[in-house]
Design a protein around this ligand. Sequence first.
Ligand code: ADP
Length: 604
Amino acid sequence: MQEVKKPKKPLIYYYVIVMAILLLVNFLLMPWMAQNQVQEVDYGTFMTMTENKQIEEVQVDQEENQILFTDRNNNIYKTGMMDDPDLTQRLFDSGAKFSGEIVEHVSPVVSFLVSWILPILIFVGIGQYMSRKMMSKAGGPNSMIFGMGKSNAKVYVKSSEGIRFSDVAGEDEAKENLTEVVDYLHNPSKYKEVGADMPKGILLVGPPGTGKTMLAKAVAGEAGVPFFSMSGSEFVEMFVGMGASKVRDLFKQAKEKAPCIVFIDEIDAIGQKRDGRAGGNDEREQTLNQLLTEMDGFESNNGVIILAATNRPESLDPALTRPGRFDRRVPVELPDLKGREEILRVHAKKVRLDESVDFNKIARMASGASGAELANIINEAALRTVRDGRRYVTQSDLEESIEVVIAGYQKKNAILTDQEKRIVAYHEIGHALVAAKQNHSAPVQKITIVPRTSGALGYTMQVEEGNHYLMLKEELENKIATLTGGRAAEELVFQTSSTGASNDIEQATKLARAMITRYGMSKDFDMVAMETVTNQYLGGDTSLACSAESQAEIDRQVVELVKQQHARAMKILEENRSKLDELAKYLYEKETITGEEFMKILEG
Ligand code: ADP
């Protein structure tokens, strides 16, 4: 990511302004000043002054019909012309000199000042103003080339309301790991005595929104030391070498403030693998080299600890992660059930809650949500409460806000035709029924056919009972069967298929493919990895690592697996056709039904 700062206006713009000022001064200001120096007098005064021999020079301006003259002190006067034939003789007698250029007798000093010095002053003024503006944008007056080499790191010096470990819910392993750092910052001599070195760099690795930034701040908060924060992308500048200079500056500042924490967010922006291709990203590589050098440069135990966060650890340059640099890696994973509940509780402290709120249930409903999403769920619920004019956040607010975060807001004016609504009802009941009839599937929490802004026409919310760390082959197969249940119901009842199943198809295929290529759940490939995950924390992209023949075989097996489960789902629905009809009709009428209502009809 390269940050290119464009000057707001091209330089020619400023030249034009200066030229305009020069012209203005020469054509308007100078004549005006000259004009102002001339005193207008009546003809009588002129005659008296002539008689008193006070006139030094005189000029008769026929064109303008006026007489210009100066006195012995060089003051300029002007008077109108009269029919006075003796005038020339009288002036001659009084000793006046006849001249032709009185008007231009503006003082040469004034003329020089106005036409040269003033424009230069204006020009210098504009230049000063501009450079000050650029400097203040780029980081202060004593910076290099308009401050582009300054680090601009945000410094948070300890404050009483700083983030503490208690504000970060869950993530116990990460906190435990970082507690050591806090202890070291409090009491470095304890470590020095034994001869133990604290790692210079600690890498926080995990999906977005899991609290990596929070944890780094909490370490600084707990240790009561200054916290320098900078994002990887902020290092990369328009000019090659600027990023490196920023790194130098950052470390210089940090060493002055030691003990302290330096936090580099999104370190992958500068720390990506150098691929050795000619014409690579010079600026980024130089910045990275400088970072590596700086990290080698300071001895351990000098009290500067570098924390860095990334969600793409696999893309980092190996030089960055070797011992002596970022040698400790702290995983910050998505929270488990307990973690989710704790995060909800931490964020719920800020809002006024009704007694009905059951955090455990909300945490179970929001399986897979990150800390940031959970914080968002609480906030959405609070907003909803205010919107409805109530004073306390209730359980249903929270449940609705989970749906908002997952599926978007309810679409108020989406009008489905009767037939569409019937198809959606059958589709959703198809999912739920297949899920419920398989022993291992999670029970259904809620089914709705109210369209959402995300484009979903309806959905079935399943709730995990507890934490799942392992998935059995049968469970995965059941999941695929559940995903195909919606389409199976459409086929069974309407003998046709709709476009509504596209998302189900995608998910079922992904699961089936992972079972075969990564989990070793196909007989033919045994325990051979046919695919590797390249992007663990961001979507989990995979890349194939097998021959073209194997690829064809994988495709065949994926189709086979999904087909099998589809047939199984169809069988379950056929066996429970009457329940399917009954439930679909109920859902069609009520639009939203809870898990309990569903089970009551199913078991009734
Ligand atoms: P990351 O740096 O991992 O992308 P952040 O630390 O910026 O994530 O977290 C974003 C927000 O999510 C935080 O401001 C906080 O409100 C919330 N959050 C994330 N994880 C937690 C957690 N474990 N406990 C409490 N709040 C959390």
